[in-house]
Design a protein around this ligand. Structure first.
Ligand SMILES: Nc1ncnc2c1ncn2[C@@H]1O[C@H](COP(=O)(O)OP(=O)(O)O)[C@@H](O)[C@H]1O
Ligand SMILES: [Mg+2]
Length: 380
């Protein structure tokens, strides 16, 4: 799929910009603070309805402008089907329209797909488990479009359960009244918890062998890469639906008193962790920063390949300033992948020489300065 043109009004440091994008690699060059990440963020917003940056929708609107309305509009094409997509924000209300009809983020995820490579995501091995779960869930939603609803339902069920647990712990609700309510919420909560866990596991099982292969090829290292999915100290990687259900059910009974006194849910996919193992050893401890980044990069490349295998189209790839973060051989591996893959790609960089490493065929160069971008020129 690809984004053919984008028009942005009053988003972050843009007043108004409009550009056409090339079908292959689009390289956006500019110094720090000029709006490169903002441009990628606008493509991400348009194709997923959400941002990859922290902060309220209020922060999207250009604060230097008197007009509080924000509009991002783009022409998207997927497998020959062209759609006009609009994302607008007026008085904190978000509206998504596809071909003039009101739509939703769920619909966007069903139709389009975007994969982001950010320096933060490449560092997620070192970070807290939450960051790895986020990375994985993003992948699950991108590969299995219907699962976005599952995540929304799960968050809602978790909130309801936590509300009751907290009310009991704070003494706002008696135990006698609260426990039956909690029990009535449990079937839905655990059903969704098991489904989320399973959707993560089935994706990991599919893409991990491919990721391991990519990792050894780009690092030129035969040490095997493997994965562990950990729940309450146990490996879940090989477990099936009923085993997971039984394990969670058992933990629910064991941790009954602990949950009541903690006032929050302590069992479920929001507590699980993913560990990458390098030669069987924990990569957090035994791998260099460069190797850790290469692991995440391999996982993302595996996700993109698998996406293509399933759907016969590539997601749009957004690479935000990641080249400078990579060791030379890993960077070379990524560049080879990008040059050989038919995906539309937007790369931001401060490196004036990066274009020399990218294949000239279909490469379009843009420069970004103070919220303005030139129309782009093909590399000769
Ligand atoms: N809501 C906003 N209104 C106006 N400017 C903004 C807003 N949000 C961010 N910015 C500005 O955007 C610039 C950063 O853009 P960014 O895309 O992150 O730069 P880079 O080119 O380094 O990726 C900063 O100058 C920041 O002040
Ligand atoms: Mg940036």
């Amino acid at each position: 799929m690809q984004i053919k043109r984008i028009e942005i009004s009053n988003f972050r440091n843009f007043c108004f910009i409009e550009i056409g994008l090339g079908a292959r690699i689009n390289l956006i060059l500019g110094q720090n603070g000029q709006g490169k990440t903002n441009l990628l963020e606008s493509v991400y917003l348009l194709t997923t309805g959400t941002s990859f940056r922290y902060g309220d929708v209020e922060s999207y609107i250009n604060f230097t402008q008197p007009d509080p309305r924000l509009l991002i509009r783009g022409t998207l094409e997927r497998q020959g089907l062209v759609s006009d997509v609009r994302y607008s924000l007026t008085n904190r209300t978000r509206t998504i329209e596809i071909n003039g009809k009101k739509s939703t983020t769920t619909k966007l995820t069903e139709l389009f797909s975007t994969v982001l490579f950010s320096p933060e995501s490449l560092m997620s091995i070192k970070g807290p488990p939450e960051q790895r779960r986020e990375l994985l869930d993003e992948m699950v939603i991108s590969i299995n479009q219907g699962s976005r609803t599952l995540f929304t339902q799960f968050r809602r069920a978790l909130r309801s359960r936590n509300r009751i647990l907290s009310a009991i712990a704070q003494g706002e609700m008696s135990r006698n009244l609260g426990v039956p309510v909690l029990e009535s919420l449990n079937p839905t909560y655990f059903d969704l918890a098991v489904k989320i866990t399973m959707s993560r596991l089935s994706l990991l099982r599919k893409i991990m062998p491919l990721a391991a292969e990519i990792f050894s090829s780009i690092t030129r290292n035969a040490t095997p890469l493997s994965l562990e999915y950990v729940a309450s100290g146990n490996s879940f990687l090989k477990k099936e639906l009923t085993d997971i259900y039984d394990a969670m059910h058992k933990r629910k009974i064991e941790l009954f008193e602990s949950e009541l006194s903690a006032g929050t849910t302590i069992i479920g996919p929001q507590k699980h962790d993913i560990q990458f193992r390098y030669g069987g050893k924990d990569s957090r401890i035994y791998c260099s920063q460069g190797q850790q980044r290469a692991i995440i990069l391999s996982l993302k490349i595996a996700q993109i390949r698998y996406h293509y295998e399933l759907y016969k189209f590539f997601p749009i790839l957004l690479l935000d300033d990641v080249m400078s973060e990579l060791d030379p051989e890993v960077r070379k591996g990524l560049i080879t992948f990008l040059n050989e893959t038919d995906a539309q790609t937007l790369i931001t960089t401060t490196d004036v020489n990066l274009h020399e490493e990218l294949s000239g065929k279909g490469l379009v160069l843009y420069s970004m300065f103070n919220g303005k971008i030139d129309p782009g020129s093909a590399k000769i």
